[in-house]
Design a protein around this ligand. Sequence first.
Ligand code: G4P
Length: 525
Amino acid sequence: MTLEQEIQRRRTFAIISHPDAGKTTLTEKLLLFGGAIHVAGAVKSNKIKKTATSDWMEIEKQRGISVATSVMGFEYQGIKINILDTPGHQDFAEDTYRTLTAVDSVIIVVDSAKGVETQTRKLMNVCRMRKTPVIVFINKMDREGKDPFDLLDELEAELQISVRPLSFPINQGAKFKGVYNIFEQKLDLYTPNKQTISESIEFTDINNPELENYVGETDARKIREDLELIDGVYSEFNTNDYLSGDVAPVFFGSALNNFGVKELLDCFIKIAPSPQPIEAQERKVDPYEQAFSGFVFKIHANMDPNHRSCIAFVKICSGRFERNENYKHIRHGKMFRFSSPTAFMAQKKETVDEAFAGDIIGLPDNGTFKIGDTLTAGEQIHFKGLPSFSPEMFRYIENADPMKTKQLEKGIAQLMDEGVAQLFVSQYNGRKIIGTVGQLQFEVIQYRLLHEYGAQCRFEPISLYKACWVESDNKEKLELFKKRKVQYMAKDREDRDVFMADSAYILQMAQQDFEDIRFHFTSEF
Ligand code: G4P
């Protein structure tokens, strides 16, 4: 196969959802179709139950499971599919945001009874920002849920994207009969069964009286009306609108019952994008370029505290990666050779000799990498697109064991490189501030500092509302702002100026008083 063919046949995507909507179940069913696993129940949910906030075994288990299931590759009808897993717990949302920078498309799972939930909304904001194509899978149709048309309206309103149903349910809950597959003009009948695929019948004309035989008179009438309404309300599906991130196709099904999943996958491989060009600071990089390039989007620490080595997950942006070749680590300005890169097939990790644009490889790392690092065949380019979001919780971090200052410094630096949380240094009192999206991250930091670095830390409360990155074209004004707001100013790890507002009011006042200053809520601007 040529380089071009290899790249062309790759589809790299993430499944995202609010916890419990069915992400793990859907992933597992997709792997079953790919023949990557053979029994249901083989994919472990990587979510930490809410009650487990101080259950360290759970966190360790989570870290173990998520290494194994971070990337799942499989082949389906000649297409190489890479599913990137995202952590279920919302306190690790930052991890998910970063994973979204390494995918070409996304499947969003929505629970038919619950509709759009907070986590889905937040993740969709990131997809929208990056114009990532999304397909929506409305799950759990075997349960009583919301009206399908209401769900479609809710998706449009809450996710701020136009939708286009490509399948439509025939009744739901206990009376669920199946779906009409609009995309393929088939009638997919539902038989609750967790292992096998349901019956799918060619059905190009919905007015064919055969329909009554399959679903009964009432449901036949209803689905005909529904389909007419769909044609009237939604414009015809156009793949380009999906690819540009403007329209989200919607499928209905039940992952648990393996229903509607094959239809989703069959449509996915037809319409989902193959690897797309990626912006570097210097230029746009095309996946089909011969020369290898890639970036680190995730670093995973080893579970065994005696071996502090990590795995750096690299998204290949262009060309072919080869084992034992020399590649340039742009930040260090040095060449590195990797003798044991791993690829991820199903839930197995194995050493590979080559990988192509679109693939994710794992590189053993002893502190060489930091999130966002670029690797190339030699060209001096820097991939961008790994924004930090303004954290939602803040604490001062203090040394609790003065004998271990060095260890603490090193530990904090490495955990921040891994992207566990964000570090700011107050320009007012020099104290270190850790920013996270959830309470759990503070606990993880404290635990890991102790167990991996032998350092002890203590958190102290600080009341902050938001961290925003500030900049201005007017240098004087920026200096004036920093002087006036000195008690609120901090630097991030890249030495950028950050305004730490302690209330919405303070932020609003600052925005009003300093019109020349731009306030950013992500570090990418
Ligand atoms: P998540 O990864 O998005 O958090 O969700 P997960 O797949 O773990 O699914 C959450 C729960 O919803 C699971 O039940 C799962 O069995 C159930 N589920 C998934 N898809 C469907 C579906 O199509 N129909 C119905 N009725 N249920 C579905 P659980 O009781 O939390 O876990 P388990 O004990 O069944 O594993």
